[in-house]
Write a protein that binds this ligand. Structure first.
Ligand code: PLP
Length: 452
């Protein structure tokens, strides 16, 4: 194929035009050196110089069925030939079918689907739905969370990415969700962490005034903030608190949904049904921008006779919806969700735990399915992170050295602060998963050099 012999001269031209004219997201424009990508297939991508990388990032944790799946590519092509675009107010086959397939898989009575162009917009609309439904204004969101980069979504975000953009949006109140390894409550057991986190949430609600709180938003399993699987009972406890005070529970499954955790949605793992659930990314493996909010029957009924004031020009775009239909069908036909659970339990979890035993830089391994984080530390005893919180430049050198060692050996790693996340496609093969673990082994030896 042409991809087997990409031309470095083309790569250089692609890079030069990029650096001349593309203003990159989340980047200091003068400090970046983006790889020119020549192509991708399955779990791999390659550059114009003949370097091939195993993608342990799934892009930005969205290629849940890998790159260039022929059935999804064909469905997009077919839809483009039939009806490439159409306005949101009409009933369009691809959109109807995508909504049906999603509603059949979301938990409980989350049977109405509001489509968006991505995750942040889904979060914006979930909050709008909750406020209009309850007639209340305040929203509680967790520190150590990420909900997107638009105005409301970045304010709801708890991690440092919020700092530069925080306009102090009225009504957003942050609380601590459980995280035993770095417990905000000084807990030493999961049961203690769960109980204390629920008490803290109750106290926060009591002092904010329950009658003014529209929603609590939580990532079911927080993703970019560190893949902190919640302790047993926590989400059920939050559900109970929401019910008691008439607060809408929004679970953000933009990253954890569509197979990532080894079930369709992380909410299934914890047996909790939210009132609103946001999704994006894996819904169509990111082939065409798509996200949405799954809405409970009760909240949907609020808007039976009263218009819902929200939506963008391209909401529920036919190409994106056709890609979602094809992706969900591929996931069913190829047993991708079960595979993610299997590869997590039989290869990734034991492999990562074995690495943790041998490498002093690994402080903790946590996750589920194809959704894992390694917390890298200077010292296991003190748990001091391998790089300082929100480090950049020279301070971030140990993680940069770890990342360079991965890339040198053909693995593209996901790195955030002092963590590397192991988030390959949900259909990553056993051989690919083992290949990635072997590269991590070599790169962790580099990280070990920075331990004390
Ligand atoms: N919510 C969560 C949990 C996410 O992980 C992300 C993106 O990483 C978003 C929302 C924002 O999604 P998008 O970048 O598609 O707007």
């Amino acid at each position: 194929t042409p991809h087997d012999a990409p031309d470095p001269r083309t790569g250089a031209a692609v890079k030069a035009a990029d650096r001349a004219h593309v203003f990159h997201s989340w980047s200091a424009q003068g400090l970046i050196d983006p790889l020119a990508v020549a192509g991708a297939e399955g779990s791999y991508f390659w550059d114009y110089d003949g370097n091939r990388y195993l993608d342990f990032t799934s892009g930005l944790v969205f290629t849940n069925i890998g790159y260039q799946h022929p059935k999804v590519v064909a469905a997009i092509q077919e839809q483009a030939g039939k009806l490439a675009t159409f306005a949101p107010a009409f009933a369009v086959e691809a959109r109807s079918e995508a909504a049906r397939l999603i509603a059949e898989r979301t938990p409980g009575d989350l049977d109405k689907i509001f489509f968006t162009n991505g995750g942040a917009e889904a979060v914006e609309n979930a909050i709008r739905l909750a406020r209009l439904h309850t007639g209340r204004h305040k929203v509680l969101s967790a520190f150590r969370s990420y909900h997107g980069a638009t105005a409301q979504a970045i304010n709801l975000t708890g991690d440092p990415r919020r700092w530069a953009s925080d306009t102090g949006s009225a009504g957003v109140v942050r609380f601590w969700a459980p995280f035993l390894y770095r417990s905000p409550f000084y807990s030493t057991t999961e049961a203690e962490e769960c109980a204390r986190a629920l008490t803290h949430l109750e106290d926060t609600i009591a002092f904010e005034g329950p009658a003014g709180i529209a929603a609590i938003i939580l990532e079911t399993v927080p993703g970019t903030a560190g893949i902190m699987t919640p302790p047993p009972g926590y989400l059920a406890g939050v559900r109970e608190i929401c019910d008691r005070y008439g607060i809408v529970l929004v679970l953000d499954e933009v990253m954890s949904g569509f197979g990532r955790t080894g079930s369709w949605f992380a909410a299934d793992l914890y047996g909790v049904t939210p009132d609103l659930m946001t999704f994006a990314k894996g819904v169509n493996s990111g082939y065409v921008p798509l996200g949405g909010v799954a809405i409970s029957a009760e909240i949907a009924a609020t808007f039976d006779k009263r218009p819902f004031p929200g939506g963008l020009t391209y909401s529920g775009h036919p190409l994106a919806c056709a890609a979602a239909v094809a992706t969900i069908n591929v996931m069913e036909d190829e047993g991708v969700v079960g595979h993610a659970a299997h590869i997590g339990a039989t290869v990734l979890e034991p492999g990562l735990r074995e690495l943790a035993e041998r490498h002093p830089s690994v402080g903790e391994v946590r996750g589920t399915g194809v959704f894992w984080a390694l917390e890298l530390v200077k010292s296991r005893e003190t748990r001091e992170p391998l790089v300082p919180y929100n480090a950049s430049g020279a301070d971030a050198a140990p993680m940069a050295a770890f990342g360079a060692a991965c890339k040198k050996n053909g693995l593209w790693p996901f790195i955030n602060m002092n963590r590397t996340h192991v988030v390959p496609p949900c259909n990553v093969s056993e051989a690919e998963a083992k290949e990635g673990l072997a590269v991590l082994d070599a790169a962790l030896a580099v990280a070990d050099e920075y331990t004390t």
